[in-house]
Design a protein around this ligand. Structure first.
Ligand code: ADP
Ligand code: MG
Length: 569
């Protein structure tokens, strides 16, 4: 007979054996002892303030490291709160393992405390949802869950643990020997398809490469950079594909995005989906005759929305490297003298001038462009930028350039607001453990910040030196001028007349630092902004908040196409 061991310790050791390093969560019945068992198993446990934010943090670790992190939550409401996070991970194709406590099985069906059909409720939001039926089956279930989270197209998984399974004990001889994490199988492209792709690409008159966050997740930066440098092809990055090839590369034609998409005759699509972010690949935003060369790890993704001319199921690293070999043999180089390059460059230059002019207008109340230009000039080159909020994220994306892969985390494919603080916590922990010199800048719209703002306390508790910049226009999309806000507050009809998108005028989010005996920064002018960033960068033992008041009616520069509406299906 071996020693007795309980479910909590078997689970903690199984997670450790599968390489899980970080677990984010909130404790309570029935997972209190489990949280301690996790720390005993040498796993980092980060206590958060809301399970949703915990799930955002865990999935960001999955994206940044390629290795899934866990979420620990209580039964019923705790599990339900993770679903927003699980859906976000699933839709972004990021791995995450959610561990939910649940009511003891002998209370099931008779109104147990927080009893809830968690395995079935979680199922639509993940790749795999299960409940290990006994302690001795926990290691097997954990191995399978972690493997499913990261293999193929990555995503969320859920495991359910009734209180009685966690707390009861078995003879340790009954636990099967655990093996470590299995390798993610490498998927190689069909060589014939690579030849087809090269054929189509080299015939193109107006070629374009689109780099998606799948390329970032695949860690294909060396291969994609080699491809771009070898071929001289113009490229565009999707929001989180930014930095796989530096935004500062002269081959990056981000400022001519609309034109490039509309006129390209061949598009090489590297780890990006033709969903709303890419206007479904359809007219009027794309040419009706565009030929798509699509490379994706997921066979099910091929030909989605429009039929690809060449569709390749493969890992991005292996596929792009095969294409580079083939293109080298052909000595293919897309000449910078081509009309296509000239058209794109002219458009890039024109757009840069418009943005520059807006950024140069620094009269208070500030506009977005002035704020982002100055922020960009003062933050380190290699910082990880987290960003959310409608205008804040959209305008910020084009000005806050990324030079390195996986250095931008934002609302993503699901357009989820509230992800910022959780992502920033994960990014900061990632930096602390793997790249200690790097900083995390979390650029939040004031509305977006509200969803998970209390995670500031988490950042303080774990001494995470995150700089939270709240771009504060006092509302969602737009806010109210201070005088209008005052009039409404004094009227007897606040709920009938406050515009639904408005928030309190010029809220002092910087004063949240006073909760911890610290001061944040309150900024209304560009010199104040620049000075505050410099000061904030000196703070290394915890977060700070820079609250930047901008005009409640600040807006984007005029756009050629209105958002979403012009993608006719
Ligand atoms: P974006 O938002 O940048 O357009 P998406 O999330 O829409 O990116 O698309 C990313 C794509 O990358 C998904 O279809 C996913 O299946 C794919 N992908 C993820 N990992 C890999 C990989 N290792 N190799 C190739 N494709 C991958
Ligand atoms: Mg706002």
């Amino acid at each position: 007979m071996g020693e007795e061991i309980d479910g909590n310790n078997v689970l903690a050791q199984s997670l450790k054996a599968q390489g899980v390093e970080f677990i984010f969560g909130i404790i309570g019945y029935p997972v209190i002892e489990l949280s301690m068992a996790l720390q005993m198993a040498d796993i980092h446990y980060i206590g958060m303030r809301n399970e949703q934010a915990a799930c955002y943090a865990a999935q960001a670790i999955g994206y940044l490291t390629g290795n899934p992190a866990g979420v620990l939550c209580v039964s019923g409401p705790g599990v339900l709160h993770t679903f927003g996070g699980m859906a976000n991970a699933q839709i972004n194709c990021w791995p995450v393992v959610v561990i939910g406590g649940s009511a003891p099985q002998d209370h099931e069906g008779i109104g147990g405390f927080q009893e809830c059909n968690q395995v079935e409720l979680a199922r639509p939001y993940c790749k795999y949802s299960a409940r290990p039926p006994s302690i001795s089956l926990i290691p097997l279930h954990v191995e399978k869950a972690v493997r499913l989270a990261k293999n193929g197209r990555p995503g969320a998984v859920y495991l359910d643990f009734p209180a009685n399974i966690l707390s009861s004990k078995v003879d340790s001889d009954k636990i099967p020997p655990q093996y470590g994490p299995t390798d993610i199988p490498t998927i190689y492209p069909d060589p014939k398809k690579i030849q087809d792709a090269i054929e189509v690409l080299t015939q193109a008159k107006k070629p374009l490469v689109i780099v998606g966050k799948g390329a970032a997740y695949a860690r294909a930066e060396n291969e994609v950079n080699e491809l771009i440098n070898l071929t001289n092809l113009p490229f565009l990055a999707t929001p989180m594909g930014k930095g796989v090839v530096s935004d500062t590369s002269e081959k990056c034609i981000g400022p001519a995005r609309s034109l490039a998409l509309q006129k390209a005759d061949v598009i090489l699509l590297l780890g990006a989906r033709l969903n709303w972010i890419l206007h479904f690949g359809r007219p009027v935003r794309f040419s009706p005759d565009v030929k798509i060369i699509q490379i994706d790890i997921s066979a099910e993704e091929l030909h989605n929305s429009i039929k690809s001319t060449v569709a390749i199921q493969s890992d991005l690293k292996t596929a792009v490297s095969s294409m580079v070999d083939g293109l080298k043999q052909k000595r293919f180089n897309f000449s910078s003298r081509e009309e296509w390059w000239k058209l794109l460059q002219t458009k890039c230059n024109d757009n840069k001038k418009i943005v520059q002019a807006m950024a140069n207008d620094i009269a208070p109340p500030l506009n977005y462009y002035a704020v982002f230009k100055n922020l960009y000039e003062h933050i380190p080159d290699d910082c990880i930028i987290v960003s959310e909020g409608a205008n804040t994220m959209d305008i910020g994306r084009s000005i806050l350039l990324n030079k390195y892969p996986r250095h931008r985390l934002d609302a993503g494919t699901f357009g989820t607001m509230g992800v910022g603080p959780g992502f920033a916590i994960a990014a900061s922990l990632y930096c602390k453990h793997y790249e200690p010199k790097k900083r995390v800048i979390c650029v939040e719209g004031d509305s977006a910040f509200g969803f998970s703002g209390m995670e500031i306390e988490t950042m303080v508790r774990y001494k995470l030196p995150i700089i939270v910049v709240v771009v504060n226009n006092s509302g969602i999309y737009t806010g109210m001028e201070p005088e209008v806000f005052k009039d409404i507050q004094e009227s007897g009809e606040i709920t009938k007349v406050t515009p639904p998108g408005c928030l309190s005028s010029c809220t002092r989010y910087d004063n949240m630092m006073a909760l911890f005996g610290k001061t944040g920064f309150f900024v209304k002018t560009i010199p104040e902004l620049n000075a505050s960033i410099e000061e904030a960068l000196k703070i290394t033992d915890g977060p700070t908040v820079i609250n930047v008041i901008i005009s409640p009616t600040a807006d984007r520069k005029p756009q050629t196409f209105s958002w979403l509406t012009e993608s006719k299906l």
